[in-house]
Design a protein around this ligand. Structure first.
Ligand code: ZN
Length: 239
């Protein structure tokens, strides 16, 4: 699925129009919101229109339509202003970029180990599960230093679209053991690159450069079964 926020990650406020409405939910001509997925939480925010305002509390995707859900059964049509909660999006972009950096070093240090799960949280922490059956937890902990070096180096984060079959042929591009991001309607997959460090298929929102993140801490490592090593990371509170 191709989202407006993929190509316009800095556009958090958009004047647009309601193209379809049901009680308590609307579809928009264009939406700045990330509706969630790939372990990244859905954006929060508000819709405002002449004489009204409603909080967007979630999203529902059906048949290629992104429905914006309200807490109350408000009815709205016509012109609206959609605004994403910028602090929340920023935290998600930082965390999401952090998971790629961690993922890059685990992939490099542990023989192409794949991700078995990822979930970001609103409090600025995230967990990533890796299939690293024989890894020593101290070696995983030691990745905190190179991760923060990569943040300090302020490396550009870019994206591009390539054909799904090309993506599947490049080792390490599909990094998750079980799921690949859904292709666009023309069969392309979005590739996010931390230049010189990491390249992988992903449909989330990321920073434009790694230096826009505060330091990242490796908070905890748990063994959750033979194929699930759970690494908890957190954004340091004072960047
Ligand atoms: Zn990503």
């Amino acid at each position: 699925m191709h989202l407006f926020c993929h190509d316009n990650p800095e556009t958090l406020t958009l004047e647009t129009t309601v193209v379809d409405a049901r009680p308590g939910k609307v579809a928009l001509a264009q939406s700045p919101f990330y509706p969630g997925g790939g372990g990244q939480l859905a954006d929060r925010g508000v819709l405002e229109w002449s004489g009204g305002k409603a909080e967007v509390i979630g999203f529902e995707i059906s048949g290629g339509t992104v429905w914006h859900l309200f807490g109350d059964p408000v009815e709205v049509g016509g012109a609206v202003k959609a605004s994403v909660d910028s602090a929340f999006r920023r935290t998600m972009r930082q965390l999401h970029t952090g998971t790629h950096i961690l993922n890059a070093f685990v992939f490099q240090s542990f023989d192409g180990a794949l991700v078995t799960g990822v979930q970001m949280a609103a409090d600025g922490t995230a967990r990533m599960d890796f299939d690293v059956p024989d890894a020593d937890n101290d070696r995983l902990r030691a990745l905190e230093a190179p991760i923060n070096d990569a943040i300090r180096q302020d490396i550009p984060v870019t994206f591009t679209y390539i054909g799904m079959s090309v993506a599947q042929a490049e080792r390490g591009l599909i990094r998750s053991r079980s799921v690949a991001p859904p292709p666009t309607p023309d069969g392309k997959v979005r590739i996010v690159e931390i230049v010189g460090l990491d390249r992988q298929a992903c449909g989330g929102t990321h920073l434009a450069s790694t230096g826009d993140s505060p330091a990242l801490r490796l908070l905890k490592i748990d063994n959750k079964g033979r194929h699930n090593r759970r690494v908890r990371i957190g954004l340091a509170e004072n960047p």
